[in-house]
Write a protein that binds this ligand. Structure first.
Ligand code: ZN
Length: 420
């Protein structure tokens, strides 16, 4: 075929699945407080001899990068020009950064590699940031509705009269320290590595052939943090902190689907964050790309059909069972890894946790963070068709300040049919 374009002069494949000359490979000592002692994490592909991590940067977007290179749009040896990309707000270092058990699923130095690893850059090392910190205005129409109802106040600084909300936002790519992940999940590291290798279709041979490499950049979605108010207030024991941990639900969060409470609860979390920030504290929204309890949207939509078509229609008492039938489990989110981002922010106490999930609550408390108060979604924010979900969750032990539905009540809570 003569219409194919040559994409790279270097067609040989460098296998990294076995240890080789690696004088250039910096050692990683996970959990060291000094970034030089800890060592930079290098997952870039421009120089195989420098690599000290398995996998590569940008999570699942690495596959799009491969397409860009394959199609000739991007040079394989491109190095980013990082001029003016450094964080706009300083976060850390916090004592938790130096605790090898506290943070195992992100690189605490990920935002400041350009600052702490200058000597490596001068020697030609290709070190990429895994965290970026910027500022923005966001605007969600529900916030102005709450202003009109008198539930929220415009202050002109945090919440502006046009409904714009001033935020600091942080994007975080996952960086896994495998011994720590294994310990957190209470499995053997060798089993974890073997199953990660097998269940990605053998995508990362180094998981099983390179026990000398302990850091893995997994091809999964990351985290976005929205901070409302003064970032300094997050770690100030004399100021209040509100937090919502939100797992992605594209259908509701973006498109306003009425089958669940995700967007209304996210908005309520933001409101509590605004009120807390306006009283001198801060609010933190942590948004995880764990669509549909980390089962993905295809599974999620299959479950919707199974729920709506089952005998007796969509019922709260069969809500979890339908998910389990399709996915094999009710949930794949592994909240055990979730508190890492809170520790990265230096959080030791949450005054208002805007969440009803016991899994999240327990994971946060077990990681050593104090929770003072839990805030449920207000009744009037729950869409009609989402009553199935919320009742099922309450009956399963999710936090609720109201009555927990019993078996009879649960069987009576029904959602719309598929064609309605
Ligand atoms: Zn949802």
């Amino acid at each position: 075929m003569d219409n194919q374009k040559p994409v790279s002069k270097h067609k040989h494949i460098v296998l990294t699945s076995h240890p080789h000359r690696s004088a250039q490979k910096p050692a990683i000592h996970w959990g060291k407080s000094d970034p030089i002692e800890r060592g930079p994490i290098i997952g870039t592909l421009t120089n195989a001899n420098q690599r000290n991590a398995i996998g590569t940067h940008s999570g699942s977007y690495a596959v799009y990068r491969a397409l860009a290179i394959a199609s000739g749009a991007l040079q394989a040896n491109h190095r980013p020009d990082l001029t003016n990309t450094s964080p706009v707000v300083r976060i850390g270092p916090h004592p938790s950064w130096a605790d090898p058990d506290r943070i195992i699923s992100l690189d605490p130095f990920g935002a400041i590699v350009g600052e702490v690893y200058t000597q490596f850059y001068e020697q030609g090392y290709d070190i990429r940031p895994t965290i970026a910190v910027t500022k923005a205005h966001i605007n969600m129409p529900e916030l102005l509705d709450e202003v009109a109802k008198g539930e929220l106040q415009i202050d002109g600084k945090i919440l502006k009269s046009n409904g714009n909300l001033v935020v600091t936002k942080v994007a975080i790519d996952p960086v896994w320290y495998l011994p720590g992940i294994a310990q957190r999940l209470q499995v053997k590291e060798s089993d974890l590595r073997r199953i990660l290798f097998q269940q990605t279709g053998g995508m990362f041979p180094e998981l099983v052939t390179r026990p000398d490499l302990h850091v893995f950049l997994p091809p999964i979605g990351g985290i976005t943090v929205y901070v409302i108010g003064d970032v300094e207030a997050i770690t100030d024991p004399n100021r209040l902190l509100a937090v919502r941990i939100h797992d992605e639900c594209n259908g509701s969060d973006v498109f306003g689907s009425d089958i669940c409470t995700c967007r209304p609860y996210l908005v309520h979390g933001i409101e509590v964050c605004i009120q807390t920030a306006q009283s001198g504290g801060a609010g933190v929204i942590v948004y995880f790309r764990k669509e549909g309890r980390a089962l993905g949207e295809v599974t999620k939509f299959l479950v919707y059909n199974a729920r709506k078509r089952q005998e007796g229609g969509d019922r709260a008492d069969a809500y979890f069972a339908r998910t389990e039938c399709v996915a094999g489990v009710q949930d794949m989110r592994f909240q055990e890894l979730m508190p890492d981002v809170l520790h990265w922010l230096g959080i030791t106490r949450i005054d208002r946790l805007v969440s009803m999930s016991d899994m999240k609550y327990n994971a946060i408390v077990n990681s050593g963070i104090q929770i003072v108060e839990r805030i449920a979604i207000p009744e009037d924010r729950i869409p009609d068709d989402a009553k199935v979900e919320i009742a099922a969750k309450q009956a399963a032990g999710y936090f609720t300040p109201g009555e927990v539905p019993d078996a009879i009540a649960l069987a009576g809570i029904k959602g719309r049919g598929l064609e309605e």
